[in-house]
Design a binder for this molecule. Sequence first.
Ligand code: URA
Length: 492
Amino acid sequence: MSDGVGILLPGQADFAAWRQQARRLLAAGVPPERVEWRVLGDPPGLFGGAPMPAEAAPVTASVPRAFLEQVEVAIRHRDPERFALLYRILWRIVRGEHGLMQVATDADFIRVQAMAKAVRRDAHKLHAFLRFRGIETEQGERYVAWFEPDHHILEAEAGFFVRRFAALRWSILTPEASAHWDGETLRMGAGGTRAEAPPEDAHEELWRAYYRSIFNPARMKPDAMRAEMPVKYWKNLPEARDIRGLMAEAPQRVAEMVARGATPAASRRQRSLQPQAAPEVALPMPADLFSRTEDPAAALAALRAELERRNDLPPWTAAATQLVFGEGPPGAPLLFVGEQPGDEEDLAGRPFVGPAGRLFNRAAEEAGIDRPAAYVTNAVKHFKFKPTGRRRLHQSPDAGDITYYRPFLKREIELVGPQLVVSLGATALRALTGKPLAITKVRGELIETPDGLRVFPTVHPSYLLRLPDPESKAREYERFVTDLRAAKREVA
Ligand code: URA
């Protein structure tokens, strides 16, 4: 092992540096077992000063994009072995095991997948359970939050909070690192301590009151609650202080509800099997975290957080990776509603980034629509699918699913305040109008809903993707672009 190579990476989750070093190692023909990976600040390693051998041959084999995407996420895992594992997989791929990422039983592959999943879950928890607390500073109000992630995720996830809370000034403190946004620039800094984050303030009382008001004792599922909101995070959540009490008093409250004639959970679930009769979720206006700012972006973030923490979501949502909420600027003149996130959206956590999304972007551009200036969302905000082998097969949401998400969609639209809502496909149209209308009958006609929304129905882009022959594809694509142009004229 005396000819081993020591690699020093500048950061715990520095994908670019790992990639650069891995390329050099491959080119020099250094096998994985001869490499020792360390991160700046680690104790000295066995091969501390050993130089990288000269490059033997440039690396020509191509590496599947799916693998690099997994690496980019898995590298944030806290396991110190991750750099070595990832390099070993890379080595194996480049040395001929091109289909490695498809071998579901390969131990290395299984491990990297589990790492990426753990990192995604950690990011999801950060999004859902971070609580900002407002403090007054000389420069005005600032929001500070404390969080203890399991993995090295803060830098990668800070952009999420920049997008959500662009108009505010905030800091996120974690034991390992901190992120600071001043309204213009994001700065990463050293770790902090819990004591540096401000203690509770008035917003927390609002959260707690809100949580108590939405807690439905008849729908309490303690295991699901613990899985969704692990006890570990409770200490930072103002509402968590109430959970034990609310759980303890739940049986008594259910008995009282039954005595008053309210419908307990079990029979309600049966009724929701009758799609038309499914009741809408009562969605009280959250006394949200940022109510002082009256910032619609913050109110949208609070709405998203509310949906993320629901304990009465349709059961199939447990299989989805994450919630996929709408995206775009509040005040967008055009708001597009699709059906539900697909496979790629589910992994990315963003709407319309898969094949249908790419087709939609192309058509929107051709129609002269400024896509980043539009808001894009879905009627149903989780990916519903059937696992079949390695693929996850899209399943259409049913009427009960549409009804469940409808109040969230309505509130989301209200907060964005568009001039026109474009419904893409039948599910979106049903969610917006509450009726199962045939697209073929109403396509391109402006509909005014009882809530005063102006809705412009057209087809879903995935309909175009499913058309079998090139002629009908081209013809229908042109029709779709024509519809989008007409929608754009409505807001011009
Ligand atoms: N299809 C949809 O309806 N929405 C998405 O976000 C992606 C595909």
